[in-house]
Design a protein around this ligand. Structure first.
Ligand code: HEC
Ligand code: HEC
Length: 236
């Protein structure tokens, strides 16, 4: 199994698997990467593809909102096609993080070809899908000057969570704040700092300002991605 994994890593471009440089740059635990990668190759790749790109929108994990939000634990614990232990789920989460990171890192071929899109088509896509919330003369003015294309692409495909907190209302006790984390038993608010135990009667309502971005992924084509990035890069 280990040999298979090493062979897979030796062919990063062919299969679009994370390169050595991506692994080193990701700052993730290498032992967990190795375990998660081996598990993914044997238990997940036949449906989700060796690099997580899947064969249809439902199995493309790189475009999955859950994967982008790093909220896959619950899904993996109840996945109809896999029975996994908690440590295995942790390792797979590390591997999924690496797959996502490597798509956004400079070693990846997609990134070398990053500005191959058509900015005019990108502008049309932007007007139809983005202009309700963003303005190229306002919040996104001069994006092409401020950011390197690789950063620019990851900014719009995966806006920074730290800048964009989720708001959550939990009743009882009837309190609203910014979400730090939530699991089955506990809700942790960042502001105001509170830890609230959850039970069957708790009503939790989460509002995520980035939800419209996540909703876009399943219908974005690769051409859309390149066109929009080329358009944003032209904003000087
Ligand atoms: C037999 C095919 C198959 C296997 C094997 C499989 N999956 Fe899936 N997986 C699917 C399908 C189909 C979906 C979409 C439908 C659903 O959510 O159940 C999915 C959904 C998911 C999702 C949620 C995506 C989203 O955005 O909702 C994650 C995460 C995931 N799989 C990870 C894994 C991992 C990790 C493994 C290996 C341990 C695995 N899957 C094994 C077919 C498979
Ligand atoms: C319904 C509203 C909405 C839509 C539609 C939307 N976004 Fe966003 N976008 C946001 C919010 C909210 C943020 C996070 C807050 C922020 O950084 O402005 C964000 C963040 C961003 C960022 C990061 C800005 C930064 O400085 O970090 C970029 C770039 C971006 N969006 C581009 C796009 C593009 C391109 C589209 C269309 C393909 C799009 N957005 C569609 C609401 C939206």
């Amino acid at each position: 199994m280990k040999l298979l994994f090493i062979l897979a890593l030796a062919l990063p471009l062919a299969a679009q698997l994370p390169s050595r440089a991506a692994i080193a740059g990701s700052n993730l635990d290498e032992a967990a990467i190795e375990r998660g990668g081996a598990l993914f190759a044997t238990q997940c790749a036949r449906c989700h593809g060796p690099a997580g790109r899947g064969t249809n929108p439902a199995t493309d994990l790189i475009r999955s909102p859950l994967v982008r939000r790093e909220e896959t634990s619950e899904k993996l614990a109840s996945h109809p096609n896999a029975t996994l232990t908690k440590p295995q789920i942790n390792d797979l989460n590390v591997w999924l993080k690496l797959l996502l990171f490597s798509v956004f890192s400079k070693g990846n071929q997609d990134f070398l070809n990053i500005l191959t899109g058509d900015p005019r088509k990108g502008e049309r896509f932007f007007t139809a899908n983005c202009a309700a919330c963003h303005s190229v003369k306002g919040d996104l003015a001069g994006m092409g000057e401020k950011y390197d294309p690789t950063v620019l692409q990851s900014l719009w495909l995966n806006p920074r969570r730290a800048k964009t907190p989720r708001t959550v209302t939990v009743t009882p006790p009837g309190i609203t704040g910014t979400l730090d984390r939530i699991d089955e038993f506990t809700l942790v608010l960042k502001n105001p700092r509170r830890e609230i135990p959850l039970n069957d009667d708790s009503k939790v309502e989460i509002k995520d300002p980035l939800q419209p971005h996540y909703d876009l992924y399943p219908r974005l084509t690769d051409a859309d991605v390149h066109n929009v990035t080329a358009f944003l890069a032209s904003l000087k």
